[in-house]
Design a protein. Structure first.
Length: 275
């Protein structure tokens, strides 16, 4: 409880206090009330751009992550044996590798004359400017993030599939259900609590994305990949506006809480806890 208070509660409350001040990194803070929030919502167009980018990233990243991870987990369940364990480890390796290092490697690969464009050129295709075109830059961000974080959901969903009663799956096989029917009529309903957990965690992680745009695109081109956390960081440590950065952090906190609350309110429509 002491550690929770020192490292979570006190910094959280302190950031709320700072959000009501014009608080430079060095200098005397000045109380401004709700001015930081007013400026953010009405006088800072970069905030709305970063919010839009964060929502776009979160939607595409979450959807593709869950669909691909679920498909791979189901495939690994049917694969079985040592190969299944090998692929689980293989998919999980990027999760535990340094994110900043991975981002720099992807930046080298996705440069105009990088490995990917050289491979495309070898088969007669002119590769796009992955990091210098708004649409391709966002796609590159999603691709790198999927490679980095999808392994976590594969492990969690794989554990959920392993926990399904094998007799139920055997009964569905005896009844003549093929792999696709068995997935949608048996596996998915029984796995829905695990899918719900992965959805919550993936959405929260998507809105907190920072390292990928910071190291891969630096928020560019223009503000095409400037996410809300990157915008927060720049205001706090590049523009010396700790008060505004704290206000951004609290708006992000409220936004994520609202989205999570909506997800919890809708879980009864598709999540079943019957075994």
């Amino acid at each position: 409880m002491l550690g929770f208070a020192i490292f979570i509660v006190i910094p959280l409350l302190t950031s709320l206090v700072i959000s009501f001040f014009d608080w430079p990194l060095f200098g005397t803070p000045e109380f401004v009330g709700l001015e930081n929030y007013r400026y953010m919502l009405t006088g800072d167009p970069a905030f709305w751009v970063s919010l839009r980018n964060s929502i776009i990233f979160a939607v595409f990243y979450t959807a593709v992550n869950l669909v691909v991870a679920l498909g791979l987990s189901y495939w690994l369940m049917n694969l079985g044996g040592r190969w299944a364990s090998f692929f689980r480890v293989l998919f999980f390796i990027p999760v535990v590798t340094p994110m900043i290092g991975n981002a720099l490697i992807f930046r080298l690969m996705l440069n105009d004359d990088g490995v990917i464009n050289q491979m495309l050129a070898a088969i007669g295709i002119e590769g796009p400017q992955w990091l210098n075109t708004p649409g391709w830059a966002m796609l590159s961000l999603v691709m790198m993030s999927l490679w980095q974080g999808m392994g976590y959901n594969i492990i969690v969903l794989g554990a959920g599939i392993a926990g399904i009663n094998s007799s139920v799956l055997e009964a569905s096989k005896i009844d003549g259900a093929g792999p696709i029917v068995r997935f949608f009529r048996v596996v998915f309903p029984m796995l829905s609590p695990t899918i719900f957990f992965c959805t919550i965690m993936t959405v929260i992680g998507a809105f907190k994305v920072f390292t990928q745009p910071f190291a891969l695109t630096e928020g560019g081109p223009g503000n095409a990949t400037n996410t809300i956390v990157l915008h927060l960081y720049r205001n706090g440590f590049s523009f010396d506006r700790l008060g505004l950065a704290s206000a951004l952090a609290w708006v992000l906190f409220v936004l994520v809480m609202l989205i999570t609350a909506v997800q919890f309110s809708q879980q009864k429509r598709w999540v079943t806890y019957d075994s």
